[in-house]
Design a protein around this ligand. Structure first.
Ligand code: APR
Length: 239
């Protein structure tokens, strides 16, 4: 029976790819008021401001490439599957760098930036271009309802049932590049501990829920993650 690993990633795994984190110095939420650009109320108040915020992030994403952390996680997924186990890769990130690195079945619990959704009927379509405020929804005919398929504050996190199932099946829970400050994702480590699952944190510095992890390795994800993957594949859970 192979090893089943649950990995939760956050903005820190994409930091070395040039995509900003949210709460570090100079982070996205130090430059923008999240209430204005990442809530349904903000969208109702000023949809053009919200679309401009996400259009700028789509432009950043177009020029971003996976870093060694993304590549190492794609390798881990392949190797665990080859040994009869599996990797459940759950990300808070709305970028597509895990996929660009070769990861498959990535679970985007906060949605995806490169997907446009109708705010009226929730129909979605892949889209890397600018969000168009004049667009007519092809599914329901609503006008001016184009938004990013991104979970805003106050909206439901996606795939919670799949996450519960994956936590029950996991031998190891690993959080990578996340501050552990936004729930329900920040609570997954406690759910894992309650199930008797070993927990590990790979981060630049101790997160808000660092206390909850059995072991931790600190440093840039581009260095720490490949080294950790090498160890897990070489030594298994004894690591
Ligand atoms: N390598 C590893 N970790 C890093 C790096 C790096 N190069 N750079 C920063 N970090 C760490 C920071 O120390 C911090 O703990 O990544 C974490 C980033 O935390 P946040 O900016 O809070 O991002 P995240 O945890 O993903 O935010 C969660 O909040 O705003 C919402 O929906 C948004 O998904 C996001 C959620």
């Amino acid at each position: 029976m192979g090893l089943n690993v649950f990995v939760l990633t956050g903005a820190g795994v994409s930091a070395e790819s040039g995509l900003g984190t949210f709460r570090d110095e100079g982070g996205v939420w130090t430059q923008y008021d999240l209430a204005e650009v990442a809530t349904p109320e903000g969208f109702a108040r000023d949809p053009a401001k919200v679309r401009a915020f996400y259009n700028a992030r789509r432009e950043n994403l177009a020029g971003a490439a996976p870093n060694p952390a993304h590549v190492a996680l794609a390798r881990l997924q392949r190797e665990l599957a080859a040994r009869g186990g599996g990797l459940f890769l759950c990300t808070q990130n709305v970028d597509d760098l895990h996929e660009k690195a070769g990861s498959t079945e990535v679970v985007h619990i906060h949605g995806e930036l490169a997907v446009t959704r109708c705010h009226a009927c929730e129909a979605t379509r892949s889209d890397t271009g600018p969000l168009d405020g004049e667009a007519i929804c092809e599914a329901c005919g609503a006008a001016g309802m184009a938004r990013p398929h991104v979970v805003w504050f106050g909206e439901m996190t996606l795939f919670l049932d799949e996450i519960t199932d994956a936590l029950h099946a996991a031998d190891l829970f690993v959080a990578i590049g996340t501050s552990g400050s936004v729930y329900p994702a920040a609570g997954f480590v406690s759910e894992a501990r309650a199930l008797g699952v070993r927990t590990c944190e790979l981060n630049l510095e101790p997160s808000d829920n660092a206390w909850a992890f059995d072991e931790s390795f600190y440093g840039p994800a581009g260095e720490v993650v490949p080294a950790w993957v090498e160890r897990v594949l070489g030594e298994g859970l004894r690591s």
